[in-house]
Design a protein around this ligand. Structure first.
Ligand SMILES: *Cc1c(COP(=O)(O)O)cnc(C)c1O
Length: 229
């Protein structure tokens, strides 16, 4: 537990330093604690340190944790790839879904969202490094998809999400983060309201913040090394 407290302090300091270096206010970047593979006890410990936003990749694992932590007012973000057969559970049990990359998924989330839960926050995932293995729509498809999602009831379009290819050791790769920011600005200039750039993880959050990320998704730098799943 002491460990988690230390990691949290160090991580918040890293985010503040990155914001200072980029001339941004520290409040302009939110921390999403990626708790996949870590159990409810660890999430509870992070919540006790003031963390409220948690990101999960695996539906069943997330639902189990949510049930164990139902006494806490946490904000749950689904950040894994979204399969059609999971949309109903996602719409019912999450506050945000970051991996929306096609209209069909958005329509299914829209029609399954319970009214009482208010709109489900959506980020469109963009395959910004054009990797064959990654999910996400092509950058050129993003403006149209945003326009379509903006019109769906039960959803609130928030922004763009990307997982750029890892920065090579000793390297420095602002290019994909910059491309994401330019795309974000282009979509906004078309009159679509977006306020979120979901980008940056344990190893590249500084580069992401330098290019305007408003939400960093951090797992290992907070909770430690994950065993493979
Ligand atoms: C696992 C994961 C993260 C966190 O990665 P770390 O390198 O542990 O910080 C962030 N975003 C997505 C989409 C992930 O799957």
């Amino acid at each position: 537990m002491t460990n988690l407290k230390e990691s949290m302090i160090q991580l918040r300091e890293r985010i503040s330093a990155a914001c200072r270096a980029a001339n941004r206010s520290p409040e302009s970047v939110q921390l999403l604690a990626v708790s996949k593979t870590f159990d409810a006890t660890r999430v509870r410990a992070a919540a006790l340190e003031g963390q409220i936003r948690f990101g999960e990749n695996y539906l069943q694992e997330a639902l189990d944790k949510q049930a164990q932590l139902a006494d806490l007012a946490l904000e749950w973000h689904f950040i894994g790839p979204v399969q059609s057969n999971k949309t109903r559970d996602l719409a019912m049990h999450f506050d945000w879904v970051h991996g929306v990359d096609r209209l069909k998924i958005a329509e299914r989330l829209s029609s399954s969202r319970p009214l009482a839960r208010g709109p489900l926050n959506i980020c469109v995932q963009v395959n910004i490094s054009a990797e064959a293995s990654k999910s996400g729509c092509a950058p050129d498809e993003a403006p149209v998809l945003c326009r379509q999602i903006e019109r769906l009831p039960g959803l609130r379009l928030r922004g763009l999400m990307a997982i750029p290819a890892p920065i090579a050791a000793g390297g420095h790769a602002p290019a994909p983060f910059r491309a994401l920011r330019l795309l974000f600005e282009r979509i906004r200039s078309e009159g679509i309201e977006l306020d979120t750039i979901s980008a940056g993880m344990s190893d590249d959050l500084e580069a992401a913040i330098a290019e305007g990320s408003t939400l960093v998704r951090v797992g290992s730098a907070l909770f430690g090394t994950r065993s493979l799943k």
